[in-house]
Design a protein around this ligand. Structure first.
Ligand SMILES: C[S@@+](CC[C@H](N)C(=O)[O-])C[C@H]1O[C@@H](n2cnc3c(N)ncnc32)[C@H](O)[C@@H]1O
Length: 221
């Protein structure tokens, strides 16, 4: 269990609605906001601004308690729901990590696993990027050695099977690669979203949105 910084009323509300225990709720003076917390403090404008990590703080911050999941839990939840487990392979930008997590939650995925070199999904910037939706998913950490043996498919900027033709049935692990280097595991079966000639690749969060909603569409079909 780790303490996480939650910034902004929407993120605090989302986290609280998802069952995150709020250890401390900090409100800027004059702010009208309700949430169940162990302790609530009111801070002057100046103090609130100096504690906030955002440029334009919204007057509500909290410290919550997040529970990372085990890989077994994340895999079990994914299998039960008939989704692959989504692996983030060295995605360094916390904004991208947050955006992917938000998309995964919106698509209905139950769990993600974070490989080494990936920004912390429970960091303040990633939590903001997820709009608080990170708490709707199970988030596990693992190395490749623990993922060996799973039926895996990577998203690759080039060279993979075109998404429309890719067999997504029974895939247990879907891997998204890093912004700079792509997938870290050579030889992974891959799918590619065909893009216009001359464009090298998609932003990883945009690629995630296309693939996860294609998965959702196929599940509904
Ligand atoms: C910016 S791309 C990485 C580009 C990098 N130069 C490379 O060599 O792969 C980051 C990640 O987004 C995903 N991605 C980007 N474009 C994609 C596409 N057209 N099809 C499938 N995945 C894509 C892949 O997971 C990729 O590893």
């Amino acid at each position: 269990v780790g303490s996480v910084l939650l910034e902004g009323p929407r993120v605090v509300e989302e986290a609280s609605a998802a069952g995150v225990h709020l250890e401390l709720l900090a409100l800027r003076e004059g702010e009208d906001f309700q949430a169940a917390a162990e302790r609530t403090v009111r801070l002057s404008r100046g103090l609130f601004r100096s504690l906030s990590q955002t440029l334009t703080p919204q007057g509500v911050m909290a410290i919550g308690r997040a529970r990372p999941a085990s890989l077994e839990e994340a895999l079990a939840a994914s299998r039960l729901a008939g989704w692959p487990l989504l692996a983030l392979d060295g995605i360094q930008d916390p904004g991208n990590v947050g955006s992917i997590v938000r998309t995964a939650a919106a698509a209905g995925m139950p769990a993600v696993v974070v490989l080494p070199g990936t920004a912390d999904p429970f960091g303040a910037k990633a939590i903001r990027g997820s709009a608080g939706n990170v708490f709707r998913l199970l988030v596990a950490r693992a190395g490749w050695e623990e993922l060996a043996g799973l039926r895996s498919l990577g998203a690759a900027a080039a060279g993979g099977r075109p998404l429309a033709e890719a067999d997504l049935e029974g895939v247990e692990l879907l891997v998204l690669g890093s912004e700079a280097r792509g997938l870290s595991r050579p030889g992974l079966a891959a799918l590619t979203i065909p893009v216009q000639a001359g464009v090298e690749s998609l932003n990883v969060a945009a690629a995630a949105a296309v693939i996860l909603f294609e998965l959702r569409r196929r599940r509904a079909a």
